[in-house]
Design a protein around this ligand. Structure first.
Ligand code: BGC
Length: 735
C-alpha cells in the first residue's frame, strides 16, 4: 500500500486541494486531479510547461491548454455528476508508482444505479499524449448519453490567454486550435475516442467541440471507451502541429491503450529504480516520502534540455508558473544525486536565461548577472513591485522581493557548482556555467559597499530568505553566499586555466574580466561575514536584528486581525519583531556546516527555531536537516513529516493577502528528500570522499536508496548498526 494515495468518499470542500493531491504530470504538462465531469469552475487545468502568456497588463502566467479529458454522462437525459445529490459512492486514487489516476463512482438514479470507472495517465513515453479509459454499467435498462470532447473554456488566474479558438473534425478526430495573446503561439489539441456502440453526433460552439454518443444501455452490461488526447504547441518546433497531433493519436491508437500504458509504466519503473528510498518500519513516512519524490519526478523536464521546475510544479498557474530559488536549493539536489541528465537540463535553464539576468542587473544599475526572483521563459523578472494586496485596504502593497532578494544569483551559482561537484561533469563549466558564475560574482561586487572605516565590504539593503524583514543590512546568509560565489568564481578560473586554456582566454577577454578578477579577489578576502557572538554563539540574522521586539509566535498570532494578513512588508506584525518567516541563519549553517562548530549550530537552531513561523513551505525541511545533524532526531522527524505530508494533508496556506498560492509544493517535496538523505542518512560529499553519519528516527529499521556520484552508481543501506555501500568502481567512504 505504500504506493497508493486514495480518498474513499467525496468531499466538495476538497475540490481545490484534491486537484493538487491527484495531480498527474509528465514534465511537458500537468493535469490537475479533477474529475472528468468538472469544468473550469472546479479548477480543471492542463498546465503547459514553459508556455507563458500575458493579457491586459495582468500577471504573466503559464497557459492552460483546452481540456481534452472532459467527459459527462447523462442517464435518461439527466446529467450524472458528483456535484449533484445523486451520489452513492465515490473513491479516487493515485498510484504513484506508475502515475495513474483512477476513480470509481456510483450514482443512484431512482431505482437505477450507474457505476462509472475511469483510469487515466499522462504518458511519459510520448509526453504529448493523455490517455483515458472510461467505463460504466447500469442496473436498469436506460438511455445513456456520453458527452466528451475538448473544452476550450479553461480556468485561468490572469487570463483569458487563448484567442482565435477554432474547432474541426477530420476522420472522426476532433481538434481545437487556439493562439496565445502575447506571443501568438499556436496550441493544437486533438482527440479520438474508441467505442463500439450507440450513435454519435458532433456539437460545436465557439470554444468547445464535443461528441455525443447515445445508446440504449442494457442492465448489467459493461460499456467502455478509450480516449486519446494529443497536445502540441509552437514551442515544440514542429512545422505542422495538427499533423503532429494526428501522428500521436494514430500511433497510440494503433498501439492500443494497454501497450501505451505498459510503455508508460516501464519508464516510471526505471525512474523509481534510480530514485526510490525504501524505509522499513514506518509506512506513513514511507508513503509521504515517496509521494514527495513522485511530484519531483512528475514535474521533471525530460523532453527538452532547458526547462526548469516552477515553485508549484505543473499544478497550476499559481506564482505565475515562475522558477524561484526553490529549484536550485531545494529540488535540484534530488536530480543531481539520482538523475544527473535531468539536473543538467535544469541547470541549462539558468545558463540560457543569462541574458535576462544581465538585463535585470543593468536595469538596477549593477554589473554582471542579477537573476530574476520569479523567472519565466526569457529570464526577465515576472515579480512585480506590488506583489501582494493588503487585506485591510484592498490596495497593492510595495514589496521588495524583486529588487532586494539578491541572494537569488548566489543560489543559481550554488546549483551549478553543486551539479559540477557531485557529477564531476566539467562540460557544464565550458558550456556556459563558468560565464554565469563570473557574471554573478561581478554582480555581488558591484552591489556591495566598501566601508572605509572598517576596511570591509558590506552588503546593504537586501532581503534575505526571511521575507518578513525587507531591506536589511548584512544579512548573514546573503553575505556568506556572496563570498561563496566569488570563491567559486576564483576556483572556476583556476580550473579553466588548467583544463581548457582556450575557453579561459576567450571568456576572460569577452567578459573583459581583468580588473574584475583583481576586485573579486580583494572582495573575497574582505567581505564582512557576521560571526557568532562570542558569548551566546548566535549569529545575528542581519544588522540590528537583536534590537527588534522579541515576542513569541503565539503573541504575534494573537494580534492578527485577519487570518490571511501579510506579516511582513512595511506594516506587517512580524516586521518589527524577531519572528522570521522561514529558515535563514539555520539555512546558512546547514549549507556551510563544516565552517561552524556543533556548539554554534546547536545554539542557533535553538535560538531561531521558536522564532520561526514556517510561513513558507521552504522552512521545515531545513530545520529537519539541521536537527538530524545535531542528533535532535525527534524534532527532525516532526519537521520531516511536516515537509513530506504537505501535499497529502492539504495543510498549507492558500492565500497571502488576496493572493492565491495553492498548488503543489515542489520545494517541500525536494526538502523531504534532502531531509532523508542529508538529515537521517547524514550524507556529506567532500572533494575526495563520501561520508555517512546517520541518525535514523525511532521505528525506522532501515533506509535503502541509490545515488549517482561522479558518474558512479551507488547503493546504500543503513540499519541501526550497519551502513552498507555498494559502488561501481572505487569511492572513498567514511562513517
Ligand atoms: C518564500 C520564498 C519562496 C517563494 C516560492 C515564498 O513564500 O518566502 O522563499 O521562494 O515563496 O515558493
Amino acid at each position: 500500500m505504500s504506493w497508493i494515495i486514495s480518498d474513499r468518499e467525496y468531499n466538495k470542500e476538497k475540490i481545490e486541494s484534491n486537484g493538487n493531491k491527484y495531480l498527474l504530470a509528465n514534465g511537458y504538462m500537468g493535469y490537475r486531479g479533477t474529475l472528468e465531469e468538472y469544468t473550469k469552475e472546479q479548477y480543471t487545468g492542463c498546465i503547459l510547461a514553459g508556455l507563458y502568456d500575458q493579457v491586459d497588463g495582468k500577471w504573466r502566467e503559464p497557459v492552460n491548454s483546452p481540456n481534452g479529458m472532459y467527459v459527462k454522462i447523462y442517464c435518461d437525459g439527466e446529467s450524472l455528476t458528483v456535484l449533484d445529490n445523486n451520489l452513492q459512492e465515490h473513491n479516487q486514487s493515485l498510484d504513484i508508482k506508475y502515475a495513474l489516476v483512477q476513480r470509481n463512482t456510483i450514482f443512484a438514479k431512482k431505482d437505477n444505479q450507474v457505476t462509472i470507472k475511469s483510469e487515466r495517465f499522462l504518458s511519459v513515453d510520448d509526453v504529448h499524449l493523455l490517455c483515458l479509459k472510461y467505463s460504466f454499467t447500469t442496473t436498469k435498462n436506460c438511455k445513456i448519453t456520453i458527452e466528451t470532447g475538448i473544452d476550450g473554456d479553461v480556468w485561468d488566474i490572469n487570463g483569458p490567454h487563448l484567442r482565435e479558438i477554432n474547432s474541426g473534425v477530420t476522420d472522426d478526430i476532433l481538434s481545437l486550435k487556439a493562439v496565445t495573446n502575447e506571443l501568438q503561439k499556436q496550441i493544437v489539441i486533438a482527440e479520438i475516442v474508441e467505442f463500439d456502440y450507440g450513435q454519435q453526433s458532433i456539437e460545436q460552439t465557439t470554444d468547445k467541440i464535443f461528441r455525443k454518443i447515445e445508446l440504449d444501455a442494457a442492465a448489467g452490461a459493461a460499456y467502455e471507451f478509450i480516449k486519446y488526447v494529443a497536445v502540441y504547441t509552437d514551442n515544440d518546433k514542429k512545422s505542422d502541429l495538427t499533423q503532429a497531433c494526428l501522428e500521436t493519436l494514430t500511433g497510440s491508437s494503433e498501439l492500443g491503450y494497454a501497450k501505451c500504458l505498459a510503455r508508460h509504466k516501464m519508464i516510471w519503473a526505471a525512474r523509481w529504480a534510480k530514485a526510490d528510498i525504501v524505509i522499513e518500519g514506518d509506512p506513513e513516512a514511507q508513503l509521504a516520502l515517496r509521494y514527495s519524490i513522485y511530484h519531483l519526478l512528475a514535474a521533471a523536464p525530460t523532453h527538452t534540455d532547458s526547462l526548469s521546475i516552477p515553485a508549484r510544479g505543473l499544478s497550476s498557474q499559481v506564482y505565475k508558473g515562475a522558477i524561484f530559488w526553490d529549484t536550485e536549493l531545494y529540488m535540484l539536489p534530488f536530480f543531481i544525486y539520482t538523475n544527473p541528465e535531468i539536473a543538467r537540463n535544469i541547470v541549462n535553464y539558468r545558463i540560457n536565461t543569462l541574458a535576462g539576468a544581465r538585463r535585470k542587473a543593468k536595469e538596477y544599475g549593477y554589473r554582471g548577472a542579477y537573476y530574476a526572483w520569479e523567472s519565466q521563459d526569457t529570464g526577465d523578472d515576472a515579480c512585480t513591485h506590488f506583489n501582494i494586496t493588503d487585506v485591510f485596504t484592498g490596495r497593492p502593497m510595495r514589496t521588495y522581493f524583486r529588487d532586494k532578494q539578491i541572494h537569488i544569483s548566489a543560489d543559481v551559482v550554488y546549483g551549478i557548482w553543486n551539479y559540477y561537484h557531485v557529477t564531476g561533469d566539467f562540460s557544464i563549466l565550458f558550456e556556459g556555467g563558468a560565464e554565469v558564475i563570473l557574471e554573478c560574482a561581478r554582480f555581488y561586487y558591484s552591489y556591495s559597499y566598501f566601508n572605509r572605516d572598517t576596511g570591509n565590504y558590506e552588503i546593504l539593503d537586501v532581503t534575505g530568505p526571511d521575507e518578513y524583514h525587507e531591506r536589511v543590512n548584512n544579512n548573514a546568509y546573503t553575505n556568506l553566499m556572496a563570498k561563496y560565489v566569488v570563491g567559486v568564481a576564483i576556483k572556476v578560473l583556476g580550473i579553466l586555466k588548467i583544463e581548457n586554456q582556450q575557453v579561459y582566454e576567450t571568456l576572460f577577454e569577452e567578459l573583459d574580466y581583468g580588473t574584475d578578477y583583481v576586485n573579486i579577489c580583494d572582495y573575497y578576502e574582505n567581505l564582512y561575514i557576521p560571526e557568532p557572538d562570542s558569548d551566546t554563539q548566535i549569529i545575528e540574522q542581519f544588522d540590528s536584528y537583536f534590537k527588534l521586539e522579541d515576542i513569541s509566535i503565539d503573541e504575534l498570532k494573537g494580534a492578527m486581525l485577519e487570518s490571511n494578513e501579510y506579516l511582513g512588508g512595511a506594516n506587517g506584525l512580524a516586521t518589527r519583531t524577531q519572528i522570521l518567516k522561514q529558515a535563514d541563519v539555520v539555512l546558512m549553517l546547514n549549507l556551510f556546516k563544516n565552517m561552524y562548530s556543533t556548539q554554534v549550530k546547536r545554539a542557533n537552531w535553538e535560538y531561531y527555531e521558536p522564532r520561526t513561523e514556517h510561513g513558507s513551505s521552504l522552512s521545515s525541511c531545513v530545520y529537519a536537516m539541521q536537527a538530524a545533524h545535531l542528533q535532535k532526531t525527534d524534532y527532525a522527524y516532526k519537521y520531516f513529516m511536516k515537509t513530506a505530508t504537505i501535499d497529502l494533508t492539504g495543510d498549507y496556506k492558500q492565500y497571502v493577502g488576496d493572493l492565491f498560492i495553492g498548488g503543489t509544493h515542489l520545494a517541500s517535496n525536494g526538502g523531504a528528500w534532502l531531509a532523508a538523505i542529508f538529515g537521517f542518512a547524514g550524507l556529506e560529499l567532500f572533494e575526495d570522499k563520501l561520508q555517512f553519519k546517520p541518525s535514523l528516527p525511532a521505528g525506522w529499521k532501515s533506509m535503502k536508496f541509490n545515488l549517482q556520484i561522479k558518474g558512479k552508481a551507488l547503493g546504500v543501506e543503513i540499519t541501526d548498526d550497519q551502513i552498507r555501500v555498494t559502488a561501481q568502481g572505487s569511492l572513498k567512504v567514511e562513517v
